[in-house]
Design a protein around this ligand. Structure first.
Ligand SMILES: C[S@@+](CC[C@H](N)C(=O)[O-])C[C@H]1O[C@@H](n2cnc3c(N)ncnc32)[C@H](O)[C@@H]1O
Length: 256
């Protein structure tokens, strides 16, 4: 995926907030090792490194563009190009963190227990993923992808529900966890600017479309999606746009 750190950074505060909420939900601990999977441009990795300044902290990401931004932040963190699908820790880690990344990886039924097995006894795995795939931002994108001259090119590129029901994650993690806490929060992001939901999704959900279509076809797709989003997310009286966004959180403590 052609991740664009500048586009992703447009709504930095709103995007980072669930990550900070996840960090705040971590139990008190003094980890020696912390890993941030899908660390992106590294801002949350830095928050982890600042919280535990004595810990060895690594940020793993498969996008060299995102990691390039992260590498500018701080040399205390080991920034590593890597793919979560094949990642295993050299030694069990004390805090395994992932914000808004694992929804891009398939096979959660095997991935999540495998990741928790990489956590040291008594250590924690903390994950946040969007669970807004039934929201207009995503349903309109999928409908449009299926209904136009681009349908064949886009077939199978937009996944319908990459994130499962909350209870499913409990069932996958509980057999090897001492404690599993799963919850959801729906944020009401307040966005500035023209077409902010389009600008938001251009950095994430729309990436498969941006990678596949080109030229006039991409311009046509984008304009139709923009118009549909503008109707679904009308501007408020103050000119801003409200973007409801449901997210799934989990913090699992590895059994001793
Ligand atoms: C939405 S960004 C989130 C970045 C960061 N965690 C944050 O909250 O700001 C998702 C990140 O996951 C990374 N990613 C997606 N699939 C990945 C994979 N299979 N292996 C490693 N990184 C992956 C992307 O490159 C991207 O940087």
């Amino acid at each position: 995926m052609a991740w664009d750190p500048a586009q992703y950074g447009l709504f930095e505060a709103a995007r980072a907030r669930p990550g900070h909420d996840l960090i705040a939900a971590l139990p008190p601990c003094k980890p020696a090792t912390v890993v941030d999977l899908g660390c992106g441009a590294g801002k949350l990795t830095m928050a982890l490194a600042n919280r535990w300044s004595a810990a060895e902290v690594a940020g793993i990401d498969s996008s060299s563009a995102m990691l390039g931004r992260a590498a500018l932040l701080d040399a205390r963190v080991a920034w590593e190009l890597g793919d979560i699908r094949h990642w295993t820790p050299k030694a069990p880690v004390d805090v395994l963190f992932s914000n808004a990344a694992l929804q891009w990886v398939e096979g959660h039924g095997t991935l999540f227990p495998r990741l928790l097995r990489g956590v040291a006894p008594g250590g924690v795995m903390a994950v946040q993923m969007p669970r807004n795939f039934a929201s207009p931002s995503h349903t309109l994108l999928r409908q449009l992808a299926e209904d136009g001259p681009w349908a064949a090119a886009l077939a199978g590129k937009l996944r319908e529900a990459p994130v499962h029901d909350p209870a499913q994650y409990y069932d996958w993690l509980a057999p090897i966890a001492a404690h599993v806490d799963v919850w959801e929060t729906e944020y009401l992001h307040v966005l500035d600017g023209p077409d902010p939901v389009l600008e938001w999704t251009k950095a994430t959900a729309m990436l498969p479309v941006l990678e596949t279509l080109q030229g006039a076809e991409l311009a046509d797709f984008t304009e139709r999606y923009r118009a549909a989003l503008a109707a679904a997310y009308p501007r408020r009286a103050d000119g801003r746009t409200l973007f409801p966004f449901r997210r799934l959180f989990m913090v699992a403590t590895r059994a001793s």
